[in-house]
Design a protein around this ligand. Structure first.
Ligand SMILES: Nc1ncnc2c1ncn2[C@@H]1O[C@H](COP(=O)(O)OP(=O)(O)OP(=O)(O)O)[C@@H](O)[C@H]1O
Ligand SMILES: Nc1ccn([C@@H]2O[C@H](COP(=O)(O)O)[C@@H](O)[C@H]2O)c(=O)n1
Length: 237
């Protein structure tokens, strides 16, 4: 039996949320600092952090029927089949009482993205992309020392290949749709967070409006987006 009741979800077991949550996808290569910056965004902006990698690692440690497949896929630096990852995300989103989510390390491929759209049925509101040179990412991964099975030279090489071949097309897709906030992920954690802050500051009004924390008319949504993009253009970091 799955720890996450994937089967139950396939049968429509979990009740849908009443409000549409504000979804931020967080992308970047291995070791680019996504998880580190997500923790700070959570502290400052009240998001719930859902790391796709953590959800998959949780499946391994809870010995679900998918555990051996997920373990081998992570060990090889490849991508777990999208239906598994999306069901885990769906279950988490539907069971957590918050209306703002940071979905970290997802979508890793066009297949991930399409499966998410098919099952969850909505687009992300914004996508943060942590842009980091490969040699810096490798250095950070090899210094992480948290006992991760994929933090070794061989797997990180494969993860970088997968990132360039499968994840970058997703970044390009969202860039074309005007949803990408590209963050220079070099420097100290503080310096990087100082670049993240203006992105969320410029989104605050739109988030509050969309989530019904402000009163007003729906026609304000488009002007909000224009103001947000303007602020981001003149003051990106
Ligand atoms: N700006 C930084 N400078 C140096 N080290 C950093 C910086 N930001 C994060 N790190 C460290 O680099 C390692 C990788 O960071 P983190 O886990 O946040 O990256 P990630 O993008 O979530 O990685 P992955 O996709 O592999 O899970 C961690 O050990 C973290 O403490
Ligand atoms: N959408 C995803 C996310 C992750 N994986 C697998 O987990 C590994 C670790 O992910 P992190 O985000 O914690 O770095 C990753 O290399 C993949 O093997 C996945 O398949 N799909």
């Amino acid at each position: 039996m799955l720890s996450t009741d994937i089967q139950k979800l396939e049968n429509g077991g979990t009740s849908p949320r009443e409000t549409t949550p504000f979804i931020t996808f967080v992308l970047g290569g291995p070791g680019s600092g996504k998880g580190t910056q997500c923790m700070r965004i959570v502290e400052n902006f009240g998001f719930t952090h859902l790391s796709a990698g953590d959800l998959l690692r949780h499946e391994i440690s809870s010995n679900s029927e998918y555990a051996p497949m997920i373990l081998n896929t992570i060990k090889d630096g490849k991508i777990v089949p999208s239906e598994v990852t999306v069901k885990l995300l769906q279950k988490a989103i539907e069971s957590i009482d918050n209306d703002k989510f940071l979905i970290d390390g997802f979508p890793r491929s066009e297949e991930n993205r399409l499966q998410y759209e098919r099952i969850i049925g909505m687009e992300p509101n914004v996508v943060l992309f942590f842009d980091c040179p490969q040699e810096e990412m490798v250095k950070r991964v090899l210094n992480r020392r948290q006992g991760r099975i994929d933090d070794n030279e061989e797997t990180v090489k494969e993860r970088l290949k997968v990132f360039m071949a499968l994840t970058m097309p997703v970044v390009d897709y969202y860039a074309k749709r005007g949803k990408i906030y590209k963050i220079d992920a070099t420097g100290t954690e503080d310096e990087i967070f100082a670049r993240v802050l203006p992105a969320f500051a410029s989104l605050q009004f739109e988030m509050d409006y969309l989530l019904g924390h402000l009163t007003g008319h729906r026609k304000f949504t488009e002007p909000c987006k224009i103001v947000r993009l303007f602020l981001w253009t003149v003051w990106p970091s």
